[in-house]
Design a protein around this ligand. Structure first.
Ligand code: MLT
Length: 408
């Protein structure tokens, strides 16, 4: 028998959203009459924007002609897309198309990027947190076993609760790697420019690397909130940024995202020598990845055109309106909610004594609404519940109708 990577045994039995899907399916089998409204996993529901569809068609047709056919593409992504990204999202921020790596989604890049660091690196994550950051480090052997609350002994947890406005305090112990996600999944909180500058300053001073997940930047509605960590001076030396087309342009099924790895972000090699992360990530990608499909990259490129931007903005506005309705629905029940203003996620505080899986079951069984229990994102998420604005407008309105008068 071959020995397995035993760190996998330290993981929770199933991935959070797989567990939710299982419970929803079980409920469907028990009560097939009641249609479940799914506001759990942040999966989009609006069809792809017309510009994306026509770019896909055109790219598919190119594949039928000898002169348009493409085989393997560049592992880092086609220059047309990397250049469009820099023009559209990083103008004036000192980012070069060579710093951009096209991938098949932020989840994949965020899960994989830790591979280029030593197993002994100490990792800090916020709590609650998108489970991929924790789980991928568990798999890599950096987290050790979990305690009875599901807290991994080897990770640094940065609690984000109502007490700190869901904005983490700087760690008391120095980590090597810090995961930050803003606008935040799951709490919907944002960091001000000053907050983010504090993190960049800390990382520079303490020689840490920040993994900055900006998958939800398109949901920022309030002025003055940074969309990219590179808006903060000095971030180009300490931060890698991850973005996604999933929540901006409906690519959860198509799969496309990118990582920005400026050549000036470095880690420590043997003898403490400074090594650019960009070189290592390129080496990793060229070995393990053959690149996002050409037709998908052409579709992603279409979202950076003026027409594509107009279309994606309209879709996002629809999801933002859903989030507003959800906020209002739960507030009407007398509950405290946060998020949902600069993010598609609404974070509901449950009445004292109610646990989040208990609330999940009650909402599912009594109203046929699936959300996400806060504790699934980490121990500090207990007593909270997450809903997403990514449903259809009709489903969101129906969910809020069902919620009226709900006796918690
Ligand atoms: C979520 O619901 O947290 C997201 O859909 C997860 C993801 O993007 O992978």
């Amino acid at each position: 028998m071959s020995r397995i990577n035993a760190h996998y045994l330290d993981l929770p039995g199933s991935y959070l959203f797989a567990e939710i899907a299982r419970r929803v399916q079980e409920h469907g089998a028990r009560d097939p009459q009641k249609r479940v409204i799914r506001l759990g996993i942040g999966d989009v529901t609006a069809p792809l924007p017309p510009s994306v569809i026509s770019a896909l068609h055109q790219a598919v047709d190119e594949q039928a002609r000898q002169e348009g056919f493409r085989g393997y593409g560049p592992e880092q992504g086609y220059a047309f897309l990397r250049e469009a990204i820099v023009r559209d999202a990083y103008q004036g921020l000192g980012i070069d198309p060579d710093d951009v790596f096209i991938g098949d989604g932020a989840k994949e890049d965020l899960g994989n990027f830790q591979e280029i660091f030593d197993q002994g690196c100490l990792v800090a994550i916020t709590d609650p947190v998108y489970p991929v950051y924790a789980d991928s480090n568990v798999m890599a052997g950096r987290a050790g076993p979990a305690d009875s609350l599901g807290r991994f002994q080897g990770l640094i947890y940065l609690p984000c609760t109502a007490d700190n406005n869901f904005r983490p305090d700087l760690p008391r112990r120095r980590p090597d790697l810090i995961y930050l996600c803003y606008p935040n999944n799951p709490t919907g909180a944002v960091l001000s420019r000053d907050d983010l500058a504090r993190w960049v300053g800390y990382a520079r001073e303490q020689d840490c690397v920040i993994f900055y997940d900006a998958a939800y930047e398109a949901y920022i509605t309030e002025p003055g909130i940074p969309r990219s960590i590179y808006e903060i001076p000095g971030a180009r030396e300490v931060a890698v940024e991850f973005r996604s087309y999933s929540k901006t342009a409906g690519f959860t099924g198509l799969r496309c995202g990118f990582a920005v790895v400026p050549s000036s972000v470095r880690g420590r090699g043997p003898g403490n020598a400074l090594v650019p992360l960009r070189d290592l990530w390129l080496r990793r990608q060229t070995t393990k990845y053959n690149g996002c499909p050409y037709i998908i990259q052409r579709a992603a490129e279409a979202t950076h055109t003026p027409q594509g931007k107009k279309e994606t903005r309209a879709i996002i506005a629809g999801y933002q309106e859903n989030a507003r309705r959800i906020r209002e629905g739960f507030q009407t029940l007398g509950l405290t909610v946060s998020g949902g203003v600069n993010a598609p996620y609404v974070w509901v505080r449950l009445p004292t004594g109610l646990d989040s899986w208990g609330f999940f079951d009650a909402l599912l069984n009594r109203l046929g609404i699936a959300g996400t229990p806060g504790v699934g994102f980490g121990p500090s998420g207990e007593g909270h519940f997450r809903l997403t604005g990514f449903g259809t407008s009709a489903d969101t309105q129906e969910a809020m109708e069902r919620l009226k008068g709900f006796n918690i």
